[in-house]
Design a protein around this ligand. Structure first.
Ligand code: SAM
Length: 297
């Protein structure tokens, strides 16, 4: 049986099929068995699981997933690779379903709903294409798909942002979103040498357990509107950033901040999820007590 985790096999496959990895599609293929095991272990995949893989590439991770999962649904954008995978992988692993498409656009809700038993949840395991890492992660989180775990390989710098606590340079809107929807942890650190060809930066595998309920209590859309405004102008103090970003009267924002017991000279990157939540509730209350005058925005 072809061992797709061996660099030698991958090189031979690329030569046989005339493949030149495409940088614009983030094609850096994994060749490290320890990392592959780490991804499968972090996702805790069992024989009942449906696993969604984004970007199977030459099938390296797909093969490991197919060995333990009930079914693997793999979405690949590069038509060339899809055709090669149909010849190399499907024969060995009939529990893999390949879809040619763009994971950023395809209707993931329907794809999962059509394949999952009622009430069941899928897992995501992927070595993500780096040019769209953040939008893809945000899509997986915000669309509230039937998922219980997401395990993804991302650039180390993005992994650091995903798990960052408040107060440091890594903490931002991505940290808040990831920590609102999931309990994240860095499962494996991965050096650039684990890929063919090696990318310019190191990577890490982040395992996210999806929360059943959010960790804080504020209406979700308003909460993220406040977070976006707070980080929209990172260098500004909160009072100014919020009144600008939310198009709200400065006095109202100041009142909400003072009721939330948050100093208006602080910056967004120092606020915990709990503080963002209290602030959101106070902004809603103060805003509704002081509706904008007719003609004002
Ligand atoms: N899973 C393989 C591995 O670990 O070796 C390949 C990972 S490689 C980092 C990313 C893969 O995602 C490539 O095969 C690339 O063609 C594919 N890809 C890029 N953009 C995509 C998109 N929008 N939707 C689905 N696949 C995409």
């Amino acid at each position: 049986m072809l061992d797709l985790s061996s660099a030698k096999t991958l090189k031979a496959m690329m030569a046989a099929h005339g493949i030149r990895p495409q940088h614009r599609l983030g094609q850096n293929f994994l060749t490290d068995a320890r990392v592959l095991e780490g991804i499968v272990e972090a996702a805790q995949i069992g024989s009942e699981d449906l696993v969604l893989e984004i970007g199977p590439g030459l099938g390296t991770l797909t093969q490991q997933l197919a060995r333990v999962a009930g079914k693997v649904l793999a979405i690949e954008l590069d038509r060339n690779l899809v055709e090669i995978l149909r010849k190399t992988l499907l024969e060995m692993h009939p529990n893999v379903e390949l879809i040619h498409g763009d994971a950023g656009r395809i209707d993931l809700h329907s794809l999962l709903a059509e394949r999952l038993p009622a009430g069941a949840k899928a897992k995501v395991a992927a070595n993500l294409p780096y040019y769209i890492t953040t939008p893809l992660i945000m899509r997986l989180l915000e669309e509230q798909l039937p998922l219980d775990t997401i395990v993804v390989m991302v650039q180390k710098e993005v992994a650091d942002r995903m798990v960052a606590p408040p107060g440091g340079k890594d903490y931002g809107a991505l940290s808040v979103a990831v920590q609102y929807y999931t309990e994240p942890r860095i499962a494996v650190k991965v050096s650039r040498g684990a890929f063919l060809p090696p990318p310019e930066v190191d990577s890490a595998v982040v395992a996210m357990k999806i929360r059943e309920v959010p960790p804080v209590d504020a209406p979700r859309k308003d909460f993220f509107r406040v977070v976006k405004a707070a980080f929209g102008q990172r260098r500004k103090a909160l009072g100014n950033a919020l009144s600008g970003g939310l198009s709200m009267d400065k006095a109202i924002v100041q009142e909400a901040l003072s009721q939330a017991q948050i100093d208006s000279s602080r910056r967004g990157e120092t606020l915990s999820l709990e503080e963002f939540s209290v602030l959101t509730r106070k902004i809603i209350e103060t805003g509704s007590e002081n509706p904008p005058e007719a003609g004002n925005k």
